[in-house]
Design a protein around this ligand. Structure first.
Ligand code: GLU
Length: 381
């Protein structure tokens, strides 16, 4: 009975990424709307009180920077460095506004500024994931934006819709809510066609859907729907449900999180775990570890690989790379993402997890490969 209760509880808890666009934050004006931010925060706090984990991706830095500069009546060039400067000025204001709003509910916030490079490079991806999960584990709300001030073209995500999908993938969220100033995806542009109808659910993001947004996958679309569809495509393919809804609806977040009809819901194409495992299997392992029988048995039982069970470290690899896990006879039994590089793994092999910090001078995690980051190749015989 105990286990069943725990399992049911575990299914109720979910992880959500909520992306708030500039138009939602400013309520269509030229300034951040504290009132709108408060409405959003109230909903986020309500979800947290139900033990759901929430990550906020917020735009509005450039808008807040502009708001600041408008006081000085200084004409500004439209160049990229000027935008980056505005983002740098505005980010502190944006963050301060969020902090003040969440302070009312005693919710601590943590600013995380990311670029594409932080989420595509394997080591940095793991670092970002560990940091975000640690922030969540400390009941703190991660508030994410792109690091616009330093993001040059090669490392930029470019828009927060796609950034929020990458974040949802990194933290393995169940749901991504993209809040905008439209009610969702329509059969036609609702600003031009009065017959346009809202599409409540998209099971498959095929060409007919891309065409509705007046866009191709790479092109520019109406009302910013293209980047939202790109985000929905990316997220649903990594097992995340996506809802695009109107951020001015006072219960948009709560409704989306509870599966009530709101906006357009995009169903995941695959499960979160499946997509991750497929990715692990598609990577060529760069090295290997040979483990003892106890460790091999533990892996088959769904446990993580601890350094204590590692007998030998073969070849060179970095933290975040996929490695082979071999049993004592050399048989390849699993592939997984390593938390430690080969040289670190050599130092902690055969040692207890409690000794890691003493040996290396730091500790990323108590395990070498987490069970969630592992695919078992041979079932127990
Ligand atoms: N990172 C930008 C900002 O905070 C917004 C990008 C976007 O909204 O897509 O101003």
């Amino acid at each position: 009975m105990g286990i069943r209760t725990v399992m049911r509880f575990a299914m109720v808890i979910s992880k959500l990424v909520i992306k708030v666009g500039t138009s939602t934050l400013t309520a269509g004006t030229a300034r951040l709307s504290r009132r709108r931010m408060l409405e959003l925060a109230q909903q986020i706090v309500a979800l947290r009180e139900e033990h759901r984990e929430v990550i906020l991706v917020t735009s509005g830095a450039i808008a807040a920077g502009r708001e600041r500069f408008s006081k000085f009546h200084r004409p500004l060039a439209k160049s990229v460095p000027v935008k980056q400067m505005l983002a740098a000025v505005g980010q502190t204001h944006l963050m301060l506004a969020w902090e003040q709003v969440f302070d009312m509910f005693d919710v601590p916030v943590a600013q995380v500024l990311l670029t594409r490079a932080d989420l595509s490079d394997r080591r940095r991806y793991l670092n970002a994931r560990d940091t975000l999960n640690t922030i969540l584990a400390h009941q703190t709300l991660p508030v994410i934006n792109e690091n616009d001030a330093v993001a040059t073209d090669e490392i930029r995500v470019g828009d927060n819709d796609n950034l929020s999908a990458l974040v949802a993938n990194v933290v393995r969220a169940d749901l991504l809510i993209i809040l905008t100033d439209q009610d969702g995806l329509y059969t036609a542009d609702p600003r031009k066609d009065p017959a346009a109808r809202l599409i409540p659910e998209v099971a498959q993001l095929d060409d007919s859907i891309w065409n509705l947004a007046g866009a191709s996958r790479g092109g520019l679309g109406v009302g910013g729907m293209t980047t939202k569809l790109q985000a929905a495509d990316l997220a649903t393919r990594s097992g995340v449900t996506v809802v695009i809804a109107n951020g001015s609806r006072p219960t948009a977040i709560i409704d989306a999180a509870n599966g009530r009809p709101v906006g357009t819901r995009f169903l995941p194409v695959t499960s979160n775990m499946e997509s991750r495992k497929r990715w692990i299997l598609s990577e060529k392992p760069l090295g290997a570890v040979r483990v003892d029988e106890g460790a091999a048995q533990a892996l088959f039982e769904g446990k993580s690989l601890l350094p204590v069970g590692v007998r030998e470290v073969i070849d060179e690899f970095e933290r975040g790379e996929v490695i082979e896990i071999r049993d004592s006879s050399g048989r390849d039994i699993a592939h997984g993402i390593t938390r430690y590089s080969s040289s670190e793994a050599r130092q902690i092999a055969g040692r207890r997890s409690s000794e890691i910090a003493g040996i290396l001078g730091f500790e990323y995690a108590s395990m070498l490969v987490h069970t969630d980051d592992m695919v078992i190749l041979h079932p127990v015989s």
